[in-house]
Design a protein around this ligand. Structure first.
Ligand SMILES: Nc1ncnc2c1ncn2[C@@H]1O[C@H](COP(=O)(O)OP(=O)(O)O)[C@@H](O)[C@H]1O
Ligand SMILES: [Mg+2]
Length: 292
């Protein structure tokens, strides 16, 4: 038996390196999604593994199938769409067999999401604190007062200044950035293991966008949350993601560690996306490349 002092001398990195890699909390295997009404396949095989505390980015222009991929993982595909190939595992369980009741209990508590346009997800005539508290009451089976207290804590956790005041405000009284923080608070209220941010910062101005991305990184570090970050903006992905998938017309044209893909893009389409972004200062987010 080693003494405590000996144990303390073992570098943490060493222990981590020897440990087995954690099991993926979300595992997407060659997923294909089809539009039954149109009789055509829209997403032609997407694969990635997401372990706790990691972030996968999905980038590609509008209409490339990013949102459909996310919706498949959330069990909320539009009416005539279905997964027609591959598999999705959430916490080691194949989602194919989930009943609507199982989905209801998993959404929020295992996998959760925030989208563009936060205002549309809030009731304009109910104070935001009450709306966040409602999520807590339903998902955590908490009583009214406990839910209310927890709502204030969550609004503080998403770095809203004066959360007590915000609780009593209506959505129209808050800025877009504040509303997105409220939505993130609601999305993490039940302690999900995966959070999908689908164009969550697209509608926000650049400064606020950067603040929200920092917030997501902070939540990931503090809670081991795994993130799927979807954006048509490479700079967003560069800032946050360990791995990136480049999607074009439902096809993954390139996939790999973010820095590698951005420094050494292999596909012409990725190069095009990078070229488009260079004028907006993508370099700011790229780590300087180490000399070989
Ligand atoms: N609700 C829907 N009804 C009909 N077609 C849809 C719907 N949602 C998505 N699609 C089709 O699937 C394609 C991919 O959509 P989506 O995943 O939303 O793209 P992205 O998020 O990358 O912009 C779109 O080009 C569109 O043709
Ligand atoms: Mg989309």
């Amino acid at each position: 038996m080693s003494t405590l002092s000996e144990k303390l001398q073992t570098p943490v990195e060493d222990t981590a390196r020897r440990a087995r890699p954690p099991a993926p909390v979300l595992s997407v295997r060659d997923v294909r999604i089809s539009d039954r009404a149109a009789g055509r396949e829209i997403v032609h095989g997407v694969s990635f593994d997401l372990t706790p505390g990691r972030t996968v980015g999905i980038v590609g222009e509008s209409g490339s199938g990013k949102t459909l991929t996310c919706r498949a993982a959330l069990g909320i595909l539009p009416a005539h769409f279905e997964v027609t190939g591959g598999s999705i595992e959430l916490d080691g369980r194949d989602i194919t067999g989930f009943s609507p009741a199982e989905w209801t209990s998993l959404r929020g508590s295992t996998i959760s999401a925030v989208f563009q346009d936060p205002a549309s997800y809030l009731n304009p005539s109910i104070r935001v604190g009450a709306q966040v508290a409602e999520v807590i009451r339903v998902k955590q089976k908490a009583g009214r007062r406990a839910a209310r207290r927890r709502a204030v804590e969550l609004l503080r956790a998403v770095h809203l200044r004066d959360p007590e005041l915000v609780c009593g405000q209506y959505p129209y009284e808050l800025s877009g950035g504040m509303l997105q923080r409220v939505l993130i608070a609601a999305a993490i209220a039940a302690g999900p293991r995966v959070l999908i941010a689908d164009e969550a910062t697209t509608a926000l101005d650049v400064t606020v966008q950067a603040e929200i991305l920092d917030l997501l990184a902070d939540l990931r570090e503090r809670t081991g949350l795994a993130l799927v970050v979807v954006s048509h903006d490479l700079a967003v992905v560069a800032q946050l993601c360990d791995e990136v998938l480049v999607l074009r017309q439902g096809e993954v044209v390139e996939q790999g560690p973010t820095q590698e893909v951005l420094h050494h893009p292999r596909h012409e389409y990725t190069r095009l996306l990078i070229a488009e972004h260079e004028q907006y200062g993508l370099d700011r987010f790229l780590a300087p490349e180490e000399d070989a």
